[in-house]
Write a protein that binds this ligand. Structure first.
Ligand SMILES: CC(C)(COP(=O)(O)OP(=O)(O)OC[C@H]1O[C@@H](n2cnc3c(N)ncnc32)[C@H](O)[C@@H]1OP(=O)(O)O)[C@@H](O)C(=O)NCCC(=O)NCCS
Length: 240
């Protein structure tokens, strides 16, 4: 029932995100207004399905930015494939299954923002060692639903990546991040490893998660000024 799932995801977004973040969620299959020519330029080689989810993401992103006071925002695709948010705003888009979500906030109030939605199905077993660091595998094995928990780890890493990578101008792989959950509070934080160790500490990113409508929803944000504390100039990322 996609409508029930949508209602639950919307409620979770409101519950998890700080008040400075505006969010929007919808059905990928809905009818959306045409893309702006600058956005359309990226869709030439997309399949019809991919184009529909791309347009749905752009429409939800436009909706949140209009809620933040922009009349007709445009979100072209950047070199790193991340949306280029209008100057003065940070944001993030995710689509999964039948749903699409977008979140945004003014840069004066938040330094970085990420969101990820994943169907709440178990992670494929052969991906386990790629997604989870070795120290996590033994702890997961002791949990009641290890592969479902592993899917949550996957989503949390994706939202942290979307939050920090465009701002720091780095590429991160799954072993570069370790996620620590507070299950009762629906919170998590991330710790970087290797090249990310000095960039991402336990207080860099605030993470929240929820099981909603059969999906895992994860969000991650960094406070305004996090780039200054990392002493890295803002630039667009290119994979290393
Ligand atoms: C960006 C990425 C994380 C998206 O993950 P996904 O769960 O498969 O797909 P989602 O629907 O949740 O997100 C896709 C959206 O993320 C956004 N996105 C794409 N590249 C991005 C980037 N480099 N930074 C931030 N956001 C990005 C886009 O809005 C995209 O949708 P669109 O192309 O329709 O606009 C993934 O495609 C990727 O590039 N991964 C490489 C890095 C990685 O995963 N490292 C391991 C985690 S540390």
């Amino acid at each position: 029932m996609p409508l029930n799932a949508l209602i639950e995801v919307r409620a979770a977004l409101h519950r998890l995100l700080p008040p400075v973040v505006t969010s929007s969620a919808g059905l990928i299959a809905d009818h959306y207004p045409p893309l702006h020519p600058e956005e359309l330029a990226a869709t030439g080689r997309m399949t019809a399905g991919r184009r529909q989810e791309f347009a749905a993401g752009r429409a939800q992103a436009r909706r949140v930015l209009q809620g933040l006071g922009l009349a007709s925002p445009v979100l072209p695709v950047g070199d790193d494939r991340a949306p280029r948010w209008p100057d003065g705003f940070v944001g993030s888009i995710s689509h999964a299954g039948e749903l699409v979500v977008a979140v945004a906030a003014p840069c004066t109030l938040l330094g970085a923002l990420g969101v990820d939605l994943e169907p709440g199905l178990p992670l494929e077993t052969d991906l386990l060692k790629r997604i989870c660091r070795p120290e996590k595998l033994s702890r997961l094995a002791a949990s009641t639903e290890p592969l479902r928990q592993a899917k949550l780890i996957f989503s949390a890493k994706e939202s942290v990546y979307k939050c920090v990578a465009p701002q720091l101008g780095i590429f991160l792989d799954f072993p570069d991040l370790e996620i620590f959950f507070d299950q009762k509070e629906e919170r998590f934080h991330a710790q970087g490893h290797g090249k990310a160790a000095a960039l991402i500490g336990p207080h860099t990113v605030t993470g929240r998660f929820a099981a909603a409508g059969g999906y895992w929803l994860t969000t991650a944000w960094a406070s305004q000024g996090f780039l200054a504390r990392r002493s890295i100039p803002k630039r667009r990322s290119t994979p290393e």
